[in-house]
Design a protein around this ligand. Structure first.
Ligand SMILES: O=C(O)CCC(=O)C(=O)O
Ligand SMILES: [Fe+2]
Length: 376
């Protein structure tokens, strides 16, 4: 297929259902560069990142045509024959590589021998910056659109992620570039975009998994961007401990804080890594295929996973010193690469799926680092 004959992506119709929506903050990024803009945005974002861990950004400056183009690429990719998609596959078991295509997996339900096949297929495309050679095979179709994908990824970083890292650093009373330096787009990291396609299921099949299409989880990395699409299915676990629906915001990007920026080396739980899941859409959309487009920001490969010297964490007694306590070349200190690979290998080779509860709380341990794992 040549880069010109891609079918235009037509978003499916919006739902008319009235649902219990999460009251997410909207952050207008066009204010970022105006005088005092960063400071006032950071003040607004503080409550959202510490209580919900989810928020929406608008006016990012990423052209909508480029976003739509990526939904079109995703749609074309998933429409290919399985043999073609299987040419580059994830290798979670052999080293934890999450790049490539992942087929729907068979999962054992609630510890029984009852097996259910997932209804989601995924493609993870590595960050493709101009600054180094990415030694990762790509599908032919993805290679055809490589330039556009690389530009889209760059804009995700420059227009959204970099700005959010600055705002979160301000919230944490850290130097503005503290988190940016640990997430340098031009240096190697496990960043990637993910395209997902969910296939609608019959109502009684969905009932076997309590209508869940993707079990409750937190994301492993630092920040996640979910580009707006109209099929409503994403839910987040509210501070009140019940599930709320995420409402689409046309032209917006739903953002969430993930485990690295939250749980451990960085922010010691001050910022919330919110549990979320994907469920059967409301009745008027339950028959639709759902394509998702996501950017996962991860710490730099060689960044040691150490607590951030944030005065606010000290005041909240989440750290006991502003020194990087585990610093000094200890072999025990996990790097961003080691953490991400170990975590995604562990998570993605599980065969059990607890569809009944709100999840099992377990600690995931890699060297000196333990992370609250949450899934169901
Ligand atoms: O498809 C979605 O809306 C969410 C996907 C997600 O949570 C993930 O891939 O981690
Ligand atoms: Fe997620």
């Amino acid at each position: 297929m040549s880069p010109t004959d891609l079918e235009r992506w037509v978003p499916p119709p919006e739902t008319k259902a009235e649902l219990d929506w999460a009251p997410l903050l909207t952050v207008d990024l066009s204010r970022f560069d105006s005088p005092g803009g960063k400071e006032s945005l950071a003040a607004e974002l503080k409550g959202a990142v510490t209580t919900w861990g989810f928020w929406t950004v608008i006016n990012s400056g990423i052209p909508q045509s480029l976003i739509d183009r990526h939904f079109a690429i995703a749609s074309a990719f998933f429409n290919q024959p399985l043999e073609e998609k299987r040419k580059v596959v994830t290798d979670y078991a052999g080293g934890g590589s999450h790049f490539g295509y992942r087929e729907p997996r068979e999962m054992k339900l609630n510890g029984s021998e009852d097996v259910m096949k997932q209804n989601v297929e995924m493609l993870n495309i590595p960050k493709l910056p101009p600054s180094y050679e990415v030694n990762q095979p790509l599908h032919d179709l993805i290679n055809d659109y490589r330039q556009e994908i690389a530009e889209f990824q760059r804009l995700c970083y420059v227009k959204v992620l970099r700005r959010l890292l600055v705002l979160i650093a301000i919230i944490l009373e850290l130097p503005e570039d503290y988190l940016v330096a640990r997430h340098d787009f031009l240096r190697p990291s496990e960043d990637h975009i993910r395209m997902l396609k969910y296939h609608p299921r019959l109502e009684d099949e969905d009932q076997r998994v309590k209508d869940t299409w993707l079990g409750g989880h937190t994301d492993f990395g630092s920040l996640t961007l979910l580009f707006n699409q109209p099929v409503v299915a994403l839910q987040i676990l509210a501070p009140s401990n019940d599930w709320k629906w995420v409402k689409p915001v046309p032209g917006g990007i739903t953002c969430n804080a993930a485990d690295v920026i939250t749980n451990d080396y960085d922010l010691k739980g001050y910022i919330k890594s919110c549990v979320h899941r994907v469920v059967r859409p409301p009745r008027d959309q339950a028959h639709l295929q759902r394509i998702s487009l996501v950017y996962f920001l991860r710490p730099g490969n060689d960044i040691p996973m150490l607590p951030a010297p944030s005065p606010i964490l000290l005041r909240e007694r989440l750290i006991s010193t502003l020194e990087n306590v585990a610093d000094g070349g200890s072999e025990e200190v996990v790097t961003g690469y080691e953490y991400v690979r170990a975590r995604s290998g562990y998570y993605n080779t599980r065969k059990d799926w607890n569809v009944d509860g709100k999840g099992e709380k377990q600690l995931f341990q890699v060297k000196n680092l333990s992370v609250q794992d949450y899934y169901n």
